[in-house]
Write a protein that binds this ligand. Structure first.
Ligand SMILES: Cc1cc2nc3c(=O)[nH]c(=O)nc-3n(C[C@H](O)[C@H](O)[C@H](O)COP(=O)(O)OP(=O)(O)OC[C@H]3O[C@@H](n4cnc5c(N)ncnc54)[C@H](O)[C@@H]3O)c2cc1C
Length: 482
């Protein structure tokens, strides 16, 4: 059996996991004290960028870096900005004054809404938002401490704009139906608008972070999927599908909550009631993307500038298109939420290629600037698989549910990631994941000197049996696979 010993094992090399690793190094941990285990062959998790089979760049998950005036952006800028400690160019071909090669949402070339009947409105978002916000304040005043849904606020308002905005935000922001979305969660969110797009793909941020982690001597084990985590008095043991065992004083788990809910990792003993209660409360957002590759000429001929954004409202699916994202010659069509009883993202991802072609044509042909796009197609559209992949899109909450205030400690294991952060801190987004990873690193560093309180109050022989069985099972599976 291969065994390696560390002070901290971090599971997952998404934004949360890498941030936790960097925080530990910043707090004086030695590189040999820490190891990050990542299941995939690339870092970044839901914030990675990929090259499609036809060779175009796609951000299948996150695109916008919100919180541009907050601590996440300041942290990135201090570390990787032009005048920061580490000189870093996000995309050498383009320059920008403050933070090289990042584009601001305020610079969007277009931000308009097109309705099925062809009506065009430029300020739908701000009008719809103000109306819902006003209804929310009235509701809070009339029913202190009582939550409601976005749909309920929209019907109180009664306007077309409030209704459309509520559907749009519920579906595209929360990835749920607007009848389900908690208004409290939505209005507490601090990154609701604004954001930065990274030239060369979102994935450049986690890639740069891991580069720094490695340059400082930190170890990352790729293609290392954790299947079992056991705690005994004195340590935590982390077993992988390839039969490797990592023993540590503490562990930080940052895998998506959808995977934890599905039991992808077995815990011995079982997660505490606090952790399990939290997992039970989370629902997983339904969100999908189709990215259409076009020639550069398409954008040049029509004068479509970078980051052109258009919302298309139809009777059925309500989608939003993002064209020429950070200078990539693509149009992303995105959508979530429920229509006629089924989740739109699931339908989008499961369509036959013929159905998808018709769908793309219907949406893009509704937008005058995009008409005739077929002549400029440069390959097969890329389709996300967030509704099919066990990790899902991101965590969401239904009416009346509240998020944990941050990472949750369960003995020597700390649960972190986008879901384990206060709504106000940017839950379910990259800056929320960053915050959670940073807080988890702080917690682990603070507790490192005396962990005796966290020893599992259970006799070792009670634990080792089931733990070993699960561990042997995972090794047997690994042998079958390899
Ligand atoms: C379609 C989509 C659009 C989005 N848009 C935005 C946006 O515009 N702006 C924004 O801020 N956020 C957006 N998000 C959310 C954002 O991507 C996430 O909140 C954030 O990236 C989560 O980071 P994380 O570190 O918590 O989790 P992850 O990024 O999921 O990282 C977890 C890591 O753990 C690894 N892992 C899983 N299981 C195991 C295991 N058993 N063993 C070892 N490793 C494992 C995974 O491979 C992954 O690398 C979007 C997400 C999606 C899906």
């Amino acid at each position: 059996m291969q065994l390696s010993r560390h002070k901290v094992v971090i599971i997952g090399a998404g934004i949360a996991g890498i941030t936790a690793g960097l925080e530990l190094l910043d707090r004086g941990f030695l590189p040999a004290d820490i190891v990050i285990l990542e299941a995939e062959d690339a870092v970044g998790g839901r914030a990675k960028s990929v090259i499609s089979s036809d060779g175009f760049l796609v951000n299948p998950g996150a695109l916008w870096h919100h919180d541009r005036r907050g601590p996440y952006y300041r942290w990135l800028k201090a570390r990787y900005g032009r005048h920061g400690k580490v000189e870093y160019q996000l995309a050498p071909q383009v320059g920008s004054k403050r933070f090289k090669n990042i584009y601001d949402l305020d610079d969007l070339a277009g931000n308009s809404a097109i309705f099925a009947e062809g009506r065009r409105q430029y300020d739908l978002r701000s009008s719809g938002y103000s109306r819902l916000r006003r209804q929310h304040l009235i509701h809070q005043h009339a029913h202190p401490g009582k939550d409601t849904t976005l749909a309920a606020l929209a019907s109180l308002d009664g306007s077309h704009d409030a209704w459309n905005y509520s559907r749009f935000k519920a579906c595209n922001w929360m990835g749920l139906d607007h009848e389900e979305v908690s208004a409290a969660e939505y209005f507490k969110e601090n990154g609701a608008d604004g954001g930065l797009v990274v030239m060369g793909g979102t994935g450049r941020i986690p890639e740069q972070m891991i580069r720094e982690f490695k340059a400082r001597g930190g170890a990352v084990e790729m293609q290392t999927r954790v299947t079992v985590i056991g705690q005994t008095s004195g340590d935590v043991q982390v077993a992988t599908s390839k039969g490797k065992l990592f023993v540590a004083d503490q562990a930080i788990v940052t895998v998506p909550v959808a995977l934890l809910k599905a039991g992808a990792i077995q815990f011995f003993p079982k997660p505490s009631n606090e952790v399990q209660g939290c997992l039970d409360r989370f629902v997983i957002s339904q969100f999908g993307k189709v990215v259409v590759p076009l020639s550069q000429e398409f954008f040049e001929q029509r004068g479509i500038e970078r980051n052109h954004q258009v919302d298309v409202f139809e009777q059925g699916p309500l989608v939003y298109c993002h064209a020429f994202s950070a200078g990539e010659p693509t149009i992303s069509i995105k959508g979530g939420g429920k229509f006629g009883g089924s989740y739109f993202a699931g339908e989008l991802e499961n369509m036959s290629s013929w159905g998808r072609q018709r769908f793309i044509t219907r949406i893009l042909e509704a937008v005058p600037e995009f008409r005739g796009f077929e002549r400029f197609l440069c390959g097969e559209p890329y389709v996300s698989n967030w509704t099919q992949s066990a990790g899902g899109a991101w965590s969401a909450l239904r009416l009346g549910e509240v998020r944990p205030k941050g990472p949750i400690r369960d003995g020597r294991v700390v649960f972190a990631g986008e879901a384990f952060t206060k709504t106000e801190y940017g839950a379910s987004m990259m800056h929320g994941a960053w915050r959670s990873g940073k807080d988890a690193g702080t917690d682990v560093a603070t507790e490192a000197d005396d962990l005796s309180d966290y020893d599992v109050p259970m006799r070792e022989e009670n634990l080792v049996g089931p733990w070993l069985m699960a561990y042997r099972r995972s090794r047997a599976q690994a042998r079958l696979l390899h």
